[in-house]
Design a protein around this ligand. Structure first.
Ligand code: GLU
Length: 284
């Protein structure tokens, strides 16, 4: 019988063991560990932020808690939800290296990112705008030539800005809260990212009337939660939770809690739908 050379044998065995180990779904790992590690933002109110009491909360955080509830049901034991801070620049890496099981972190599902990770169904849709001091001469992206614009490293916002305002001086910081501090201190002339994050930053200022969100949307940002590639058992589970929250009214409740007309972060567009964006497949 043909004998495999020893090193080749060892390599083959290693590859097989490796393959079977990675075949286990994150969903099963969570059940085994009893812990669900979720990456959320601390700098993106009202999706993920630290409130006055030092608690981490937000729209993304509440959706994570719903996934946690469904995990406890499917694992048939209480699953502890552990929130871990992520930024725009490390959220993909943290999912890939297993630091977190998922990131619900204002992340736009892009085909580029899908080269290395998978996304859940779309759970929120936004677009990019500008946050400026009230009365600023900056009204649209066309006015950004020669101006300093703050945004976050690793975001689609910095990519969109460079394309839409090639003559702007784009300053990418670690966190959106850093960019907003820079605006408050006059170190940048504008901050640019998804409009709802801008709304959250503005609302968090001691005097929000000192700032204005201006210009039309200049990008399309469909949010999805980030998961490891090729783990359909886990991805489908997360999508089922999103569909469940849409069906049982939880999504609308969470939406109203953070963006409703009487909230601090009330969305300015009164015609904006409170429903989760339409999904495929549907629940029957
Ligand atoms: N949604 C955009 C992105 O995924 C901007 C917000 C963010 O940096 O999280 O990059």
């Amino acid at each position: 019988m043909y004998k495999l050379p020893r090193t080749l044998f060892a390599l083959t065995a290693f590859a097989l063991i490796g393959a079977s180990a990675s075949a286990a779904s994150v969903r099963d790992d969570i059940c085994t560990k009893g812990v669900f590690n979720a990456g959320v933002k601390y700098d993106s109110p009202p999706f993920g932020f630290v409130d006055e009491n030092g608690d981490v909360g937000g729209f993304d955080v509440d959706l994570i808690k719903e996934i946690g509830k469904d995990l406890s049901a499917v694992c048939k034991k209480p699953i502890k939800v552990v929130l871990k801070q992520v930024t725009s620049s490390n959220r993909i890496e943290f999912v890939q290296n297993g630091t977190i099981d998922i990131a619900a972190a204002t992340a736009t599902a892009t085909f580029g990112r899908m080269d290395t990770v998978d996304f859940s169904n779309t759970y929120f849709i936004d677009g990019q705008r500008l946050l400026v001091p009230a009365g600023s001469p900056i009204k649209t992206v066309r006015d950004l030539a020669g101006k300093r614009v703050g945004t976050a490293q690793g975001s689609t916002s910095e990519v969109n800005l460079k394309a839409a305002a090639p003559k702007a001086n784009v300053i990418s910081l670690q966190q959106y809260t850093d960019a907003f501090t820079a605006l408050q201190q006059g170190r940048v002339d504008a901050v640019s990212t998804d409009s709802t994050i801008l709304l959250g930053l503005k609302a968090s200022a001691p005097d929000p009337t000192k700032f204005a969100i201006v210009g039309p949307f200049f990008s399309n940002e469909p949010y999805g939660m980030i998961m490891k590639q090729n783990d359909s058992k886990w991805r489908n589970f997360v999508n089922e939770t999103l569909t469940r929250t849409a069906d049982d009214g939880t999504y609308r409740k969470i939406f109203a809690k953070w963006f409703g007309p009487k909230t601090k972060y009330a969305l300015p567009d009164p015609k904006r739908s409170e429903a989760i964006p339409p999904q495929f497949p549907v629940r029957r």
